[in-house]
Ligand binder design. Structure first.
Ligand code: 3PG
Length: 210
């Protein structure tokens, strides 16, 4: 399975992926458009809410210029649901063998999650070379990624979990980091207040990182 679709072509020049947990379908399109207008075009919507799949469908249908990833994919049945909802790539926080196979068979690009060297090696065996490193800060952060760069030289990572404007550039400076992800660009208070101008401002700041 060495010919799995790669994630990085979807990423293009983007270096920051906001991780969105959407409480309502209504907020999905204006939020994704506010991010895009600030220069953030690749997003991950997590499957952590009841509204998530419908919200993804709305983004896939209405938001031009947005690359939609669906994350917090935990079980194989969610792979099909995510694909049907319009996912262009899949993200998992961690990856069992069953889940990894389902993702590999989906035909979609993916960032399967791993936090240990053994998990990373298992994903390499399946043909994945671009991984989510989660939870990045708690699992060892920048020093951990530097340590695995030697033995796991062919892997590239999207660290997520505990990343913010304060530490994103330090991650992005590493040779084995292709992008970072996080929720800091879409603070709940701004989303709840429908303060799309603030989201666009934060996105424009994030788009300058790296
Ligand atoms: C994720 O699913 O990637 C994380 O929940 C995002 O982590 P953060 O909230 O610490 O940015």
């Amino acid at each position: 399975m060495s010919t799995l679709p790669r994630f990085s072509p979807l990423l293009g020049a983007a270096r920051v992926i906001p991780v969105l947990t959407l409480e309502t379908v209504e907020e999905a399109v204006p939020l994704a458009e506010a991010l895009r207008d600030g220069g953030i075009t690749v997003i991950e919507v997590t499957l952590r809410t009841k509204a998530a799949l419908k919200a993804c469908e709305a983004i896939a249908k209405h938001c031009t210029g947005v690359v939609l990833g669906i994350g917090t994919v935990l079980v194989p049945s969610q792979v099909k649901e995510a694909k049907d909802a319009g996912a262009q790539f899949l993200v998992t926080p961690g990856t069992s063998e069953k889940l990894g196979l389902a993702v590999a068979e989906s035909g979609l690009a993916a960032l399967p999650g791993a936090a240990t060297v053994s998990e990373m090696v298992a994903l390499m065996e399946m043909g994945f070379h671009e991984l989510k490193f989660f939870p990045a800060e708690a699992a060892g952060g920048i020093n951990y990624l530097k340590s695995v760069a030697g033995p796991l030289a062919e892997l590239k990572f999207c660290p997520t979990g505990g990343i913010s404007a304060a530490n994103a550039n330090a991650y992005l400076a590493l040779g084995n980091v292709m992008c970072v992800g996080g929720s800091w660009i879409t603070p709940k208070a701004a989303v709840d207040a429908k303060n799309w101008a603030e989201i666009t401002r934060l996105a424009a700041e994030a788009a300058k990182l790296g």
